[in-house]
Design a protein around this ligand. Structure first.
Ligand code: COA
Length: 133
């Protein structure tokens, strides 16, 4: 990994779409993406020479509930610890802003146990309900 900058900032809608495209995630409506990014508590971008190559954000209430969302690294840049740097920045933010007893969660795709366990997360399948539109 060379010259990758980890920057606390909200990406543009175009940058966010570019990253989602790179990993094959569904593209959502632009105005809803903008609203979602604006309402995030915290956003972090990984950049290579000013181009976005990774992203992660926190959603929640900023005090007692924090959910980690949209951790993504462009496939050309994966397996170079960029995801780890993004997660470290996010965990730092949570540690500095949460209260004792706060809920800190994420929804992971299967197979990423190793990646998230390193940051103290454990998998618990019970009582999780989701509805996708
Ligand atoms: C998940 C993702 C963000 C990891 O980013 P990354 O920069 O490649 O991760 P890192 O290089 O920091 O890897 C850290 C560790 O996690 C493991 N890991 C990373 N991606 C993995 C994957 N897809 N499956 C299994 N383990 C993975 C690595 O083996 C590594 O372990 P090591 O330190 O023992 O070598 C990236 O693969 C990605 O964007 N995937 C597509 C989007 C996605 O699924 N996001 C997560 C949604 S829950």
């Amino acid at each position: 990994m060379k010259n990758i900058a980890i920057i606390e900032k909200e990406p543009t809608v175009e940058e966010y779409i570019q990253l989602r495209n790179s990993i094959g995630w569904k593209i959502l409506k632009r105005d809803k993406i903008k609203k979602g990014l604006d309402n995030s508590i915290y956003c972090v971008c990984a950049e290579d020479k000013g181009n976005i190559v990774g992203f992660g954000r926190i959603i929640g209430d900023g005090g007692t509930v924090f959910y980690i969302q949209d951790i993504m690294v462009n496939p050309s840049y994966q397996k170079q610890k960029i995801g780890t740097l993004i997660m470290e920045k996010i965990i730092d933010y949570i540690n500095n802003n949460c209260t004792e007893g706060a809920i800190i969660g994420l929804i992971a795709i299967s197979g990423l146990d190793k990646f998230y366990k390193k940051f103290g997360f454990s998998y618990n399948q019970n009582n999780r309900f989701y509805r996708y539109e």
